[in-house]
Design a protein around this ligand. Structure first.
Ligand code: ZN
Length: 195
C-alpha cells in the first residue's frame, strides 16, 4: 500500500472547472480536489495502454491490475496507415494527381483501413480504385498479348523441329514444300496437274 504514495508518474490535470468529466469519478470529489497533483497515469501491464486517473481512484485501479509504473510493453499502435499518408508508397503519384495527405497511421486492421478510406476519403478512394482498375486492365491486356505471342511462337517452332532460336516472320503454312512436290511430279507426267 505504501507504494501508492509517491511511486507514480505525475500527470497534468485534465482541466479545471466545468470541463472536467467527473462521470467516472467518486461523487464525493469536489472541484478543489481536482488539482494537478491529484492526477496520475496508470498503465495496463498487458497492453501498455496509459490512462489518466484520479488519485482517489488509484487504490481501486491497482486492485484491478493497473500499475503506476510504465510497463515494458509498448501500447499497440496499429499496423496500417491511410493510403494517403505522407509515407505511403504512392505518395509522389498521389501528390501529382492532387490527393490530400492524411496522417492516420494507427489503423489496427485492413477492414478498418477500408472503413477509414470509405468514410473519410470517399472521392479519393474512388480515384484510387479507378486507377487500380485501369492498371489491372492494362496488365491483363499485356498478359494476353504475351500469351498470344508465346502461342504463335510455339506454333512456328513446331513447324521445324530442331530449328535454331531464330523465329522468322513467315507463316507456318509456307507453300514451299507443296510446290516442290508438284514440280517433282510434274517432271514425271501431266496427270497430277489437274489433281
Ligand atoms: Zn486517411
Amino acid at each position: 500500500m505504501a507504494a501508492i504514495n509517491e511511486d507514480f508518474e505525475k500527470a497534468p490535470s485534465p482541466g479545471v472547472g466545468g470541463e472536467i468529466d467527473t462521470s467516472g469519478l467518486s461523487l464525493s470529489l469536489s472541484v478543489e480536489d481536482l488539482t494537478e497533483h491529484q492526477w496520475v497515469y496508470v498503465y495496463d501491464p498487458k497492453t501498455g495502454d496509459r490512462s489518466l486517473a484520479n488519485k482517489s481512484m488509484l487504490k481501486a485501479l491497482l486492485k484491478h491490475g493497473f500499475v503506476t509504473k510504465k510497463p515494458l510493453v509498448e501500447p499497440f499502435k496499429g499496423r496500417f496507415m491511410c493510403f494517403l499518408h505522407k509515407d505511403g508508397s504512392f505518395r509522389a503519384h498521389y501528390d501529382a494527381i492532387g490527393l490530400p495527405v492524411c496522417n492516420k497511421a494507427n489503423i489496427p486492421s485492413l477492414y478498418q483501413l477500408n472503413l477509414h478510406m470509405s468514410r473519410k476519403h470517399k472521392m479519393e478512394l474512388a480515384t484510387i480504385e479507378t486507377e487500380k482498375k485501369e492498371l489491372e486492365d492494362k496488365k491483363k491486356e499485356e498478359r494476353d498479348t504475351i500469351l498470344q505471342e508465346a502461342l504463335l511462337n510455339s506454333v512456328r517452332a513446331s513447324g521445324r523441329p530442331g530449328g535454331g532460336g531464330e523465329v522468322k516472320e513467315t507463316p507456318p503454312q509456307a507453300p514451299a514444300p507443296a510446290a516442290a512436290v508438284i514440280s517433282h511430279r510434274g517432271k514425271r507426267g501431266r496427270k497430277t496437274k489437274n489433281g
